[in-house]
Design a protein around this ligand. Sequence first.
Ligand code: FRU
Length: 516
Amino acid sequence: MNRLIFAVSIVLMISCKDKHVDSSSGAEEPHSVSTYYQEPFRPQFHFSPPNKWMNDPNGLVFHHGIYHLFYQYYPEDIVWGPMHWGHAVSQDLIHWEHKPIALYPDEHGLIFSGSAVVDLQNTSGFGTIENPPLVAIFTYHNMDGEKQGRNDFQTQGIAFSLDDGDTWTKYGGNPVIQNKGLKDFRDPKVFWYAAQSKWILTLVAGDHAKFFESTNLKDWKLMSEFGKNQGAHGGVWECPDLFPLFVEGTDETKWVLLISMNPGAPNGGSGTQYFIGDFNGITFTSEQDQAKWLDYGMDDYAGVTYNNLPLKNRTFIGWMSNWNYARNTPTEAWRSSMTLPRNLSLITQNGDYFLRNYPVKTLEGLTSKIEIASEIVLRETFTLQRDDFMQTDFSFNADLSKPLKVVYGNTSGHISLEVRPDTGTLVFDRSQSGIVDFEESFGKHPQNQPYIPSGEEVEVRIILDRSSVEIFIDGGRYVFTNQVFPIQPYTTLSITGTGQTLAHVQLNAIKSIWNE
Ligand code: FRU
């Protein structure tokens, strides 16, 4: 390199340097823009930790115009270890800024999953009415107790912040809920129940949920239980969330209980079921016996919703992995990311209630249109070539009463989505997607989801981000969320049908949030 070019490039490198908080130390460290978040498979518009291991989203709360995202974090390794709460913030749920670690393990144990609330009336006394505290409610997991074979090693603790989540103080009276002998007793989700001016806490105890009440976030009383004989029980219940939702297009409100479960999901490993019912401030009841699943993909787990948003906005984030292989995925600097934030809505179909989950609208701020035909008649296979489909959002509307197959691929692998009216299923296949051999169940079986076409046009939307594919059909009534590890970026999109018309066809490129 001649000296002038060298000097110019040094100046450029310096001016391109961006400051990002290194979340493990809290210190600000410069990273070169050209390599930051550019490792193989690194998601470009999904949240992933700066480095090391992440699992569940925790403490989702909206406060002072900021969305907080805390997460299960082990800052020392890319496999699960002693849990901390990592922290990031966003103004639009799409662009994230890393913050220092919020909660560290202490003498009571590791910091497992939980929630956060804004204590507006200062019921806890941790703050003032003028500066209400943020209060985090989480599970303490005591490793010594577990090693000794005890069954009371999970308890619930609280901590508060008076500076918008930047620094946290643990409550001196922890734990606030003791364990009377339940091996699985965790993942408290708290919200303010205005109708009875009290806090409600839901946690899970192996095969059921327990509901507690409190007026100050410190003293909790058990009210009721739900679920021993309802829903799916192929694994341990985890990460509950209870909230009201309007039934779309009506004034009716129903209550939704999300329950993650591992293993026992319909396509293997970890998954999230939901119950629709009623809550009277004391008990949750549902007429539903069978499980309904939020997502039939294998990589949407432990998802919960934001506290302190207006009633009409129920925003959900899940962990985009599966305990079957979370520790084995082929990334090196970090492990796993979150799903796109999604709005939840409640609809009725054939006299029954169902949830939809669909990406938040702010994602559109990152997209730019790629010119393609807006209508495609599928007389023969439609094919589109691009250098790289790995950061795209593709959608069309179609009546899914006839067979249809969408494939993304290259010479070294492919993924496919099939509409199979003969079997009444939607099928997603990643068995040939690229690197699949790090664990047996990852690519073994095509994933199935029951689907009865309505005879009306529905939207099919497929969002790819380097190592993930999120498929939303009929506005998120049918969803597949999956990780994929292509050896090379997919360069071909092909769609095969039987003469049907795809309308409102749209292809968008999606920018990176890390290197804009
Ligand atoms: C769910 C989960 C939670 C627990 C946390 C530990 O993925 O097992 O039940 O609190 O992860 O990291």
